[in-house]
Ligand binder design. Structure first.
Ligand SMILES: C[S@@+](CC[C@H](N)C(=O)[O-])C[C@H]1O[C@@H](n2cnc3c(N)ncnc32)[C@H](O)[C@@H]1O
Length: 400
């Protein structure tokens, strides 16, 4: 172990923690957390680090089993220690088994132990009683882990080609299905509900782009805007929460708000709620047809492009471009924008997951630039917000 390195990291960790405590800035919080992790890694013997990594799936297993035995439900509201006997009664289950599961759960911060066979909740135990976090663990455990397990085999079989076909990626290899991952999930209502809650939980608490992106300056201030102009076309919009959020923040913005998605989604979302927000709906398959709404100020995609490989994304953009008005229309994409070096761990985890599930990918600045330029578009600016590597790619037709 390099003692000098430990000393330096300790100082750096202290400095980033102090910065966070004095500013409350979320970037500073994440920097502090990463420095602390680096420090912990430096203190760990490499062989122990490898062992821990190899055994790490057992943590997920223990948390899932604890959830299945209702241990978090019983613990969550306790203000004084809960005994093993009380926890055992929740299912009921064998005391020795519960004790063993709880040992791993406690060692990983999902509960606290106050005395032999006495436990208290932590913020993580409480998290494990909410629908979204539970769905996150369940979806990962039930549907995704079997496929993750097959990734090395799949990559070997495909001679280590980067997956680019959503009909022939790890999901099809694992489950022997002939559909894309989303269709496969949608055919199993329980799995689909889990997955949707998982995705919802992943996005929960993220600020709306209208709260940090300079919407007024970059979008609303333009002499050509009129009440008939499509102001925002949200492509692959899902249930329309982003447009509703936009309308709430900019109720007097000039122009129409249009929600586009596949027909099955539009059938489901059409109704009084969207009408209240004056949101129009249009059925549009971005692979099969040209963009039907011409001359919009903004073509907005959120969490759409990362589901698709560059080859598929190029089709989406080629179908969009003819509708764009030069000097007026913009593309706004809310996605991860990874730095070209040293990306953080979480977006790299989602990168591997979208690769496995739909041959998608999270893109670095360089990859976004290259993708857009390959189809006659250009990055106008990358906008990063505080907190993580999520941001907005603002793009337009390339200059002629
Ligand atoms: C990951 S969801 C994102 C939804 C929404 N933008 C959000 O961030 O919550 C991807 C969306 O793309 C839609 N989608 C998938 N394939 C599509 C296609 N070929 N044409 C149009 N929309 C599509 C899906 O129905 C889904 O609503």
């Amino acid at each position: 172990m390099d003692i000098e390195q430990v000393r330096n990291l300790l100082k750096e960790t202290q400095a980033t923690v102090d910065l966070y405590l004095s500013t409350g800035n979320d970037d500073a919080r994440i920097d502090a957390q990463e420095k602390a992790e680096q420090l912990a890694r430096t203190l760990e013997r490499p062989k122990d680090a490898v062992l821990k990594l190899a055994y790490s799936p057992t943590i997920l297993t223990a948390v899932k089993a604890a959830h299945d035995m209702n241990l978090f439900e019983v613990l969550a509201n306790a203000t004084s220690p809960v005994t093993l006997s009380e926890l055992v009664a929740a299912k009921p289950a064998d005391p020795l088994l519960v004790e063993r599961i709880l040992r791993l759960v406690v060692a990983n911060g999902f509960a606290k132990q106050t005395a032999p066979r006495e436990y208290l909740p932590t913020s993580l135990s409480k998290e494990m009683t909410k629908q979204g976090p539970v769905a996150t663990i369940e979806s990962m455990f039930i549907e995704m882990l079997p496929a993750l397990n097959k990734v090395p085999e799949y990559l070997q079989k495909t001679n280590y080609r980067n997956p680019d076909d959503p009909m022939a990626t790890v999901i099809q290899h694992t489950y022997d299905v002939k559909t894309d991952g989303f269709t496969w999930l949608s055919q199993n209502p329980a799995a689909f509900a889990r997955f949707n809650s998982f995705m919802g939980a992943q996005r929960a608490g993220r600020p709306h782009w209208g709260d940090w992106f300079p919407v007024e300056e970059r979008i609303l201030t333009h002499p050509a805007l009129s009440s008939q102009t499509p102001l925002i076309v949200d492509i692959g919009a899902g249930r329309g929460h982003d447009l509703m959020g936009f309308k709430t923040r900019f109720p007097h913005a000039t122009g129409r708000l249009i929600l586009e998605d596949l027909s099955r989604v539009i059938e489901e979302v059409n109704g009084p709620e969207l009408e209240t927000f004056e949101i129009e709906t249009v059925v549009h398959d971005f692979f099969a047809e040209a963009q039907p709404i011409s001359g919009a100020r903004v073509y907005y995609f959120k969490n759409v492009l990362h589901d698709w490989s560059d080859e598929q994304a190029a089709i989406i953009f080629k179908n969009l471009k003819p509708a764009m008005k030069r000097g007026f229309s913009k593309i706004i994409m809310e996605e991860y924008i990874l730095p070209d070096t040293n990306a953080r761990s979480l977006p790299c985890m989602t990168d591997l997951s979208v690769m496995m599930f739909c041959a998608g990918l999270e893109r670095t600045r360089q990859r976004w630039t290259e993708l857009l330029e390959s189809v006659g578009l250009q990055v106008v600016k990358f906008w990063m917000r505080e907190g993580d590597e999520l941001g907005v790619v603002e793009a337009a037709l390339a200059e002629e």
